[in-house]
Write a protein of this length. Structure first.
Length: 140
């Protein structure tokens, strides 16, 4: 994916849903990662945004974003996929089960971050289950 140091095309709509997002949040729009803060985008976050990009291609970028911003349940499901891709990209080549457990716990914590404004609280156990199911589907 291309990384562009700029605001995404739909920044006004994003700010409506995430008014306190900060400048270091990155966004996928099609095949581009918008990186307003110019921060380093590590491989696992590129995988996360790449998963969003793939799903946007299937649904249509603007339709995907409309659903993502307007429907917290859709947003959760899409973040599960993004976080699963992120988890898998970090787990590749790691054979220490304790490292995997820590990575899974950290990734699940990021998935459940209040920033995402899902509206419905999910337990860590449920989110971990959702994340592992998505990771399994992605790894096929």
């Amino acid at each position: 994916m291309n990384v562009l140091i700029a605001q995404p095309p739909n920044v006004a709509e994003i700010d409506r849903v995430f008014p306190g997002r900060g400048k270091n949040v990155i966004f996928a729009w099609g095949d581009t990662i918008y990186n307003p803060g110019g921060v380093h985008v590590p491989r696992h976050l590129q995988a996360h945004e790449g998963a969003h990009s793939d799903r946007q291609r299937t649904r249509g970028v603007e339709a995907w974003w409309r659903s993502y911003l307007d429907d917290p349940e859709f947003r959760y499901r899409e973040e599960v996929v993004g976080h699963a891709a992120e988890y898998l990209s970090q787990a590749i080549g790691q054979y220490d089960r304790n490292r995997h457990a820590r990575l899974l716990m950290t990734t699940t914590g990021r998935l459940l971050a209040p920033f995402y404004e899902y509206g419905i609280r999910r337990s860590h156990k449920q989110a971990t289950h959702d994340l592992l199911q998505a990771a399994h589907r992605l790894s096929k």
